[in-house]
Design a protein around this ligand. Structure first.
Ligand code: ZN
Length: 404
């Protein structure tokens, strides 16, 4: 059994409605809160000016492709990878030749070189490990979707207005942010333009009242989660539910001549499904943290999961949910625990502890314990086992391994 966050720096990061990174620093064995970086997303309005962002993105895409070409040329000539700073210097010179490049904020151009540098580094580090990664490649400007700038190139005015480059935009201020703005990303999505404001702020934790409840959860491919106390933690399979509309739209897309419109409708539906799933994840995470003190899960090993179940796993988004739950638990003073990878939660009888190896076959949903005769539901029994092992570990307050 281990509590996530056992390293010096623990990062929780996800592409959610608002992304965040939390940094902990180890101080004499206690996890000490240091700084919280949060990202807020807002939608931009101003139909005339949005075209301006489109033009910036097109130029940014050109610059990106230009950089990729330079990287390749340099490698062909010298068999070395091009240094980021040398490239930045060269780009500054090129700005005199290509006047339109000046429309893109200079930090956004720096960010392009950073992005390429990061993906080259990832490529080389993966190469050493023997993992196959694609080299950064040329992109159509329609596929180039965002630019990031740190301190300059934008200014927040009052009244939910922001100036980006030379144009002013209104944004839908769904929740105001406070703290120091570290960076701003402008992103084109199928449903419109968004700004992502990265803010550094003090942590605000509100410790929820302790309920004294410890609960175990088994991942279920049918209902999302099965809890050890029988409470309903199910979630609909949103992709499955919208399958017919998705199929219709993609059929229309493959047949239509004016492909842009039908592609947009398809992308919009995908975005809607992602938003809905995300919303359900957050709601469930808050509900669980209100109800329970300690939540115990099995360690999810997606790599070893059967390919047949990949669709359901992706549809439920288990990993994204766990990231959200960990974050909410951290802020509300609750605990998320993970059983050891080798803990056979679904094979043990929760009554007498007998291990039934026949249950490796995932098709068996109900079984009778040969030792004590208890009738078990597979998922519920697993959740009970997780609850038990979590309760014993938590009361001892020190991690144990190899619980089976
Ligand atoms: Zn038994």
């Amino acid at each position: 059994m281990s509590v996530r966050g056992g390293s010096d720096i623990h990062i929780i990061e996800f592409n959610a409605r608002w992304m965040l990174t939390t940094t902990f620093k180890r101080l004499s064995g206690i996890f000490y809160y240091m700084v919280e970086v949060k990202t807020y997303r807002y939608k931009l309005y101003n139909r005339d000016a949005l075209e301006y962002l489109d033009s910036i993105l097109v130029i940014a895409g050109h610059i990106y492709n230009h950089c990729i070409a330079l990287h390749r040329k340099y490698y062909a000539l010298y068999h070395k990878s091009l240094n980021k700073y040398a490239l930045q210097k060269h780009l500054t010179k090129l700005k005199k030749r290509y006047k339109r490049w000046n429309d893109v904020p200079s930090q956004a151009i720096q960010d392009i070189t950073d992005r390429i540098d990061r993906s080259y580094k990832l490529f080389y580090s993966n190469l050493k490990k023997g993992v196959k990664t694609n080299l950064p490649h040329f992109q159509k400007s329609a596929k180039y979707k965002s630019f990031t700038t740190k301190q300059c190139g934008y200014k927040f005015h009052g009244n939910n207005k922001i100036r980006i480059g030379v144009k002013e935009f209104a944004y839908w201020n769904s929740r105001p942010f406070d703290g120091k703005v570290k960076a701003l990303t402008v992103k084109r999505k199928s449903s419109g333009y968004y700004i992502y404001v990265v803010v550094e702020q003090e942590s605000k934790t509100e410790t929820l009242a302790k309920s004294g409840k410890i609960v175990g959860f088994d991942f279920s491919l049918k209902n999302f989660l099965v809890s050890s106390d029988g409470s309903d933690c199910s979630m609909p399979k949103l992709l499955q539910r919208n399958l017919n509309s998705l199929r219709n739209l993609s059929r229309k897309y493959s047949k239509s001549k004016g492909k842009r419109g039908s592609l947009r409708r398809l992308q919009k539906l995908h975005e809607k499904i992602t938003n809905q799933r995300n919303d359900l994840h957050w709601k469930l995470a808050h509900r669980l943290c209100k109800t329970y003190d300690v939540m115990v899960f099995e360690t999810l090993d997606l790599a070893s999961m059967d390919r047949r179940f990949k669709k359901s796993i992706n549809d439920f988004g288990f990993n994204a949910f766990l990231s959200i739950l960990e974050y909410v638990a951290h802020r509300t003073g609750k605990t998320v625990m993970y059983a050891d990878r080798y803990f056979a939660s679904s094979q043990l009888c929760s009554e007498c502890g007998y291990k039934n190896a026949a249950l490796k076959d995932i098709g068996i949903r109900e079984w009778v314990c040969p030792n004590c005769g208890t009738i078990h539901n597979r998922d519920f029994n697993a959740a009970l086992n997780l609850q038990k092992v979590g309760a014993s570990t938590f009361s001892k307050k020190h991690p144990i391994t190899g619980a089976c």
